[in-house]
Design a protein around this ligand. Structure first.
Ligand code: MIC
Ligand code: SF4
Length: 643
């Protein structure tokens, strides 16, 4: 039987295990990326491993999230990252150069290679034929140290694309259609691979938009083949030499299948406050809008911004709308400037920002009370914009510009002729904001007072008991667990300080209660911990004393992060048991260590009303990590045993 593209890349990188869905495998990692919000902790962890230089083919440290320097903290962190990159042999992308995923696609993505990134949207590089996976910072630190990446082999969902997108419909509509079919948990345990004749009609930046929001499906990653369009893209970036063809065999078998005729898709929009709350734009037309933003790692490429510029030519932004543009990278900005796009944007009344994540992570651009904001971002989780009870819609650049012109949600097909945007044959390339790894000897790492050492974690106790401190619904995001935004982001390198904000928006009394109780349990519904890869969401809970979370199901990255920090993620054997647990109730798990070591038996949790069973789904390695009190302890124990 033939193989698909994802299988081919996984096979080439297989270090341990069998590539059978459900089996644990270890994959060799060629490249890593980190960004400032996850990177400080990842580098603190890398330092704790005591390795002198990264062992990957390429590692890049980006600064894109926390660009607001309101006091010493952020620039302290940036300088920590810059000097650590220099010392450990890592490329450093300076603040203002743009969003990690956009820059990685432009300057470093390489078909057939593996990329592990400390950011959930790392799969964006899947648009360039890579196997690009998002993970917690500690897993990325391990990969920088030369360790393989462990994961449970996902199933492969093959999506066969046919047809061609019609005018005013673009890549964002494709992924919104897939999200409406499969929901925010439909991609769990799956790699999404696109194939079929429709793929050829999509250029690499469009494929990247689709791969980017595969993260919102909960998928492990998304893979596109590497074909002549990929070659053209890499040549336009002056990197044609890294191209290689990666295509599914004609008789490739997929574990699951779906089909999409691109010509049947129409403009779509995700309504507040979930990326899978998808509607047809024509069904929500007329909703008044105060702010429109084009940006983020999902839609801020040259193609996206030129499309906006060309559409705005001879038109003006509506007087009641703040139309804001966050370019994906300085390369995008320079190229639209060269092609006349910048002028068109400025003269039509656009508010232009520096390249970076900005409002996508609540770093500025928060909307006013009660107003509607329409964004080309990948996520609209409640409150993520920085405003309580926000109303954030997600859409394509086409819908965004039509809305900005009319002041209300508008179907872009009303705008008449669809402007044509050609990818440049050769982009203007300027890497002056990327610092290559140093070859110098000694480098002193800059360490501001906000860089706190990694907390020491104790091995798992024999018996764990405590109160249920929170009982949460389905689809809780890591933004709920530990919010971002301008107040909290500066504390990403300081676990004691950031843990004070745990569950702040869900229950402001949580931190006080967990402190008074000296720890406790958290109970949740399905897809717990979806969204951001921030490992702080797991570590802050652990730091406050939470050692067990019981849920109907966990999102992949958050589950791994919990294990990495010695928190037991238990899943109900019978999901109905969720109903029987109440807030404040005392629960106990006796002899956890022994229970964990019996993989064929369920884990028993004693409650006041009786016993409930949880599945013992841990791999041997996961069990050992949990018993050691987390991955760092586990690695240190092994190193000690070897010496
Ligand atoms: C996000 O989009 O949620 C983020 C902010 O990029 C996160 C990373 C973080 O929280 O630092 C992600 O996607 O992993
Ligand atoms: Fe940045 Fe938003 Fe992309 Fe996250 S989703 S990496 S915050 S642009």
């Amino acid at each position: 039987m033939g193989k698909c593209a994802a299988q081919k890349i996984m096979e080439e990188h297989l270090v341990e295990g069998r590539l059978e869905p459900g089996e644990e495998v270890a994959l060799r990692i060629d490249q890593t990326l980190t960004q400032d919000a996850t990177g400080t902790l990842a580098f603190i962890e890398f330092e704790a491993l005591g390795i002198p230089r990264v062992k990957t083919e390429l590692s890049v440290s980006y600064v894109d999230h926390n660009l607001l320097q309101t006091d010493n903290k952020n620039m302290d962190d940036h300088l920590y990252l810059q000097t650590a990159a220099k010392k450990f042999g890592v490329y450093f992308s300076k603040p203002g150069n743009g969003i990690s995923h956009q820059i990685h696609l432009e300057r470093f993505a390489s078909p057939g290679k593996t990329l592990l990134g400390a950011d959930s949207h790392t799969p964006t590089a899947g648009g360039c034929g890579m196997l690009a996976i998002g993970a917690g910072g500690l897993d990325v630190a391990m990969a920088m140290a030369g360790a393989p990446f462990y994961m449970v082999t996902p199933k492969i969902l093959g999506v066969r694309l046919t047809g061609r997108l019609r005018p005013w419909v673009s890549a964002k509509d494709v992924i919104l259609e897939i999200l409406s079919r499969h929901t925010v948990k439909g991609g769990f345990g799956r790699i999404i691979e696109y194939y079929g004749p429709g793929v050829e009609t999509l250029q690499v930046p469009e494929r990247a938009t689709i791969a980017n929001m595969g993260a919102e499906l909960g998928a492990t990653t998304t893979v596109f083949p590497s074909d002549h369009n990929t070659r053209r893209f890499l040549e336009s970036q002056g990197r044609g030499d890294v191209w290689r063809e990666i295509k599914p065999d004609p008789d490739a078998a997929y574990d699951e299948g779906d089909e999409l005729d691109l010509s049947e898709i129409e403009p779509l929009i995700a309504s507040p406050s979930s990326p899978d709350n998808v509607r047809k734009v024509r069904d929500v037309e007329g909703v008044k809008v105060a702010q429109v933003i084009v940006g983020s790692c999902g839609n801020s490429s040259f193609r996206d911004l030129m499309l906006i510029a060309k559409t705005l030519q001879g038109r003006r932004v509506h007087e009641d709308v703040s139309f804001e543009i966050n370019p994906g990278s300085s390369q995008v900005l320079e190229n639209i400037a060269y092609n006349g796009g910048l002028q068109a944007l400025i003269s039509s009344g656009v508010r232009l920002h520096q390249p970076g994540c900005l409002g996508c992570i609540g770093l500025g651009q928060a909307p006013a009370t009660g107003v509607v904001t329409v964004r080309t971002f990948p996520r609209n989780f409640p409150g993520r914009s920085g405003t309580k009870d926000d109303k954030v819609y997600l859409c394509s650049p086409e819908v965004a510009v039509a809305t900005a012109i009319h002041g209300e949600i508008t179907d872009p097909r009303r705008l008449g002729e669809y402007p044509e945007v050609q990818e440049p044959e050769k982009y203007i390339i300027n890497d002056s904001m990327i610092i290559p790894p140093s070859t110098e000897g000694e480098v002193d790492i800059f360490r501001g007072p906000n860089i706190k050492p990694f907390p020491t974690l104790q091995p798992l106790e024999r018996d764990i008991s405590g109160k249920i401190l929170l009982k949460l619904a389905d689809n809780i995001t890591t933004d709920h667990i530990l919010p971002a935004g301008s107040r909290i982001l500066p504390l990403r390198s300081n676990i004691p300080a950031i843990s004070e904000y745990t569950f702040e928006t869900v229950d402001p009394t949580f931190v006080k209660r967990v402190r008074e109780a000296g720890g406790g349990f958290i109970v949740a519904g399905e897809n717990y911990g979806q969204g951001s890869s921030r490992e702080h969401a797991a570590l802050a809970c652990r730091y406050l004393g939470v050692k067990v979370k019981i849920a109907k199901s966990f999102a992949r990255i958050h589950r791994s992060n919990l294990i990495n920090f010695g928190v037991l993620p238990l899943t109900f054997k019978n999901p109905d048991d969720y109903e029987s647990l109440s807030l404040g109730e005392e629960v106990e798990i006796r002899n956890v260590t022994e229970q964990l070591s019996r993989p064929d038996e369920d884990i028993v949790v004693d409650t006041v009303k009786g016993r409930i069973k949880c599945s013992n789904t841990f791999t041997v390695r996961e069990r050992e990590i949990l018993l050691s009190g987390g991955l760092i302890n586990y690695v240190k124990e092994r190193l000690r045993a070897q010496s």
